[in-house]
Design a protein around this ligand. Structure first.
Ligand code: ATP
Length: 238
């Protein structure tokens, strides 16, 4: 029952000028998994995500998706192949309505099921349906996170990359976002979740990786990491 590896990062190095932000990172995400990448501020999680999606140049190493190198490929290309990122800070189209933002997510598609998928997104996030004609820029932070996730789902992702979806949200909104991340995973979408909220991210994860100063220092099953004394001391405030 070996699951196919969908995303594989090998020996990844990324630098900002003279600063080595990612120093030879290895990890993989297999079909159907939810994999969490946790670590403190500045550990290199977001940089890793940006390197995967072509937003940051790769100094060394390889990133492959479905067995093919995706180095240098941009967001639209990757979305067409089913690899879709929800960036940190969300990046919604602020001067478009909720519906228009969701339609933009389906930009790559020409099948007849776009409306049905929009209804599914509205099922996951009733708030988006209530605000369908509101401009995205006037939505709260949590609502914009919902919209960014909804827009990504409109591309019918095979693998969804979520960069710090809970950042800056109220506790109730954090609960809601993690609940939906779990729902999306249960519906069969493979997920790579980057989070500073280690406890929540590991609770949902099949497997996790811990990043420190640009390196992966631990990995294992989500539950095992959650119970690991070193992880508990460093990331769970114990
Ligand atoms: P956070 O959770 O705070 O977003 P992170 O683990 O995602 O942290 P990164 O944002 O990847 O960390 O940052 C890794 C390192 O690279 C940090 O030392 C950061 O200061 C540095 N860095 C990030 N972006 C840039 C940039 N555009 N220019 C220079 N240095 C950068």
């Amino acid at each position: 029952e070996a699951k196919q590896t969908l995303l594989k990062v090998s020996g990844l190095k990324v630098a900002y000028g003279g600063i080595q932000a990612v120093k030879g990172v290895n990890f993989e995400v297999r079909e159907g998994e939810l994999v969490s990448l946790i670590g403190a501020n500045g550990a290199g999680k977001t940089t890793t995500m940006k390197a995967i999606t072509g937003l940051q140049p790769i100094a060394a190493g390889e990133v492959s998706y479905l067995g093919e190198s995706i180095k240098g490929k941009g967001a639209w290309d990757l979305a067409k192949k089913g690899l879709v990122m929800v960036p940190e800070g969300r990046g919604t189209f602020t001067r478009m309505t909720i519906i228009e933002n969701l339609q933009m997510g389906a930009y790559n598609r020409n099948d007849g099921e776009i409306q049905a998928d929009m209804d599914k997104v509205f099922g996951l996030f009733p708030r988006l349906k209530e605000r369908a004609k509101q401009l995205a820029g006037t939505m709260s932070g949590g609502e914009q996170q919902m919209l960014a996730m909804g827009r990504a789902l409109m591309a019918r992702p095979k693998v969804l990359l979520l960069d710090e979806p809970s950042m800056g949200l109220s506790p109730i909104m954090v609960d809601k976002i993690f609940e939906v991340v779990n729902d999306i995973h249960q519906q069969g979408v493979t997920i790579l979740l980057v989070e500073q909220n280690a406890s929540r991210a590991l609770q949902l994860a099949n497997r996790g990786y811990v990043m420190e100063s640009g390196e992966v220092t631990m990995d294992g099953e989500g539950q095992a990491l959650l119970n690991d004394p070193k992880v508990r001391a460093a990331y769970l405030g114990e």
